[in-house]
Design a protein around this ligand. Structure first.
Ligand SMILES: Nc1ncnc2c1ncn2[C@@H]1O[C@H](COP(=O)(O)OP(=O)(O)OP(=O)(O)O)[C@@H](O)[C@H]1O
Ligand SMILES: [Mg+2]
Length: 415
């Protein structure tokens, strides 16, 4: 471990600095996550995806004007962007598979909503591609920012190397694929009761509870250092969508487990939480229809309301025409819907999976992490979020990160 802290950090920071300071850089780093089973030949962290170029967003998108899609002009926004990101075509690619099929083939459970592909390049490299729209790039930019954040905080957290690219003209984020035989995702209730009689549902529920407890035990076995660092740093960066569905565990040397942080798109969505260990209220819908006059008021945590057994009809009767019908599409309803209306937006409390709410493990944070957090400043954040500065990462957003950092330092009485 001392080796990691004394040797690897300066080494990684060097890599980090080179990524963020030069105009055009390849997005590679030299963190090594050795697989316990596959030996030193199988260094999974070297993302050498025939990397071409990684340019500043000011070069990719020169001005707002370039974002205007001009049907008359063949040089459309998509073409403009594809010429400025790493570009891969079917010539570079061996296979492009739906992640859902890959997980099912591996006998794993599936819990995600968006389009996710496993790309196998002709040189054998595997990476995860998550397409995005050229008009809504924030998910991809957030994934890249989370990766850069993890380089700054290496080796305390691990986000696989990530960049923006196009594959056959489709824009998206491309992340190093982490192979692991551990499945942290529980079967959904719907899958669990498939082929079962009603009288067996109780037993199914007990079995799921046991699996959930076993998973929690497994995650805790990663150790309080790793878990503390993970929970604290994910909170600081603003990753509220944490849990087994968005993390991987990988066995590394001598039975050690590495926590791999995937799916960090949520950092671009504003949230509020009363303490660093409490469930977040996430901004799920903004509209001037709410017409609140509370811009100078703090978040009203104490006046949240609950709608029990929510249905679209019930929500509509509460929010009326303040919320567009499209909001309800694809929404899943169970338990209750707890919310606050603040600053002309609807903020929904997200309580995913109570027993596995990772942030509740934030009872300890390693001293080195606290020290590194103390060193974090606006300048570094501007570098980390450089590509997203014209999208979601404006100065108030960056100040929020520093505020959360201060909360952690206060929580652990670090000065
Ligand atoms: N870097 C990675 N290495 C290995 N597997 C990955 C990686 N990234 C994603 N996956 C797999 O793909 C699944 C879906 O990815 P991800 O969570 O990023 O998708 P999503 O649709 O954005 O999720 P959500 O529905 O939570 O928003 C994950 O649960 C995981 O099994
Ligand atoms: Mg996910």
């Amino acid at each position: 471990m001392t080796f990691l802290y004394n040797f690897l950090i300066p080494f990684i920071l060097n890599a980090f600095n080179s990524i963020i300071s030069n105009e055009v850089k390849t997005l590679t780093d030299d963190r090594h996550l050795h697989s316990e089973t596959s030996g030193s030949n199988n260094v999974i962290n070297k993302t050498n995806l025939n990397t071409k170029s990684y340019k500043k967003s000011s070069e990719r998108i020169n001005s707002d004007a370039s974002l205007v899609y001009d049907k008359e002009n063949t040089n459309s926004i998509i073409e403009q962007i594809t010429t400025k990101y790493d570009v891969y075509s079917s010539e570079d690619i061996l296979t492009k598979e739906n992640m859902k099929d890959v997980l099912l083939r591996q006998g794993k459970n599936v819990e995600f909503d968006n389009q996710v592909f496993l790309i196998t390049f002709k040189n054998g490299t595997k990476a995860v591609f998550k397409p995005c729209s050229p008009y809504y790039m924030r998910t991809a930019l957030a994934e890249v920012a989370a990766y850069k954040f993890s380089l700054y905080f290496a080796p305390f957290i691990y986000v696989p190397s990530t960049k923006v690219c196009t594959i056959d003209g489709q824009l998206g984020s491309l992340q190093e694929y982490i192979e692991t035989d551990i499945d942290l995702v529980l079967p959904s209730w719907k899958d669990a009761i498939k082929g079962k009689k009603h009288t067996e549902f109780d037993a199914v529920s007990k079995e799921l509870d046991k699996k959930r407890k076993d998973l929690e035990t497994l995650i805790i076995s990663a150790g309080k250092e790793k878990l503390g660092a993970y929970a604290a740093l994910m909170y600081v960066i603003g990753q509220w969508d944490i849990g087994p569905h968005n993390m991987l565990l990988k066995k590394i040397g001598k039975g050690e487990l590495e926590i791999v942080c995937i799916d960090n798109a949520a950092i671009s969505t504003p949230f509020e939480s009363i303490t660093c260990t409490s469930y977040p209220f996430v901004n799920v819908y903004s509209s001037s229809n709410f017409n609140t006059s509370d811009h100078d008021k703090p978040f009203p945590f104490k006046s949240s309301k609950r709608i029990h057994k929510p249905t679209v009809a019930k929500l509509k009767s509460v929010f009326g025409n303040k919320i567009d019908d499209s909001f309800y599409k694809g929404m899943e309803f169970y338990g209750w819907f707890e919310y606050v209306i603040w600053r002309s937006a609807l903020w929904k409390k997200v309580e995913n999976d109570t027993t596995l709410f990772i942030r509740s493990h934030l009872k300890y944070c390693p001293q080195q992490v606290l020290q590194r957090l103390k060193e974090l400043n606006l300048k570094t954040l501007k570098e980390i979020f450089y590509d997203a500065k014209d999208d979601f990462a404006n100065e108030p957003f960056l100040h929020k990160i520093l505020e959360r950092r201060d909360k952690i330092l206060k929580e652990f009485k670090y000065s």
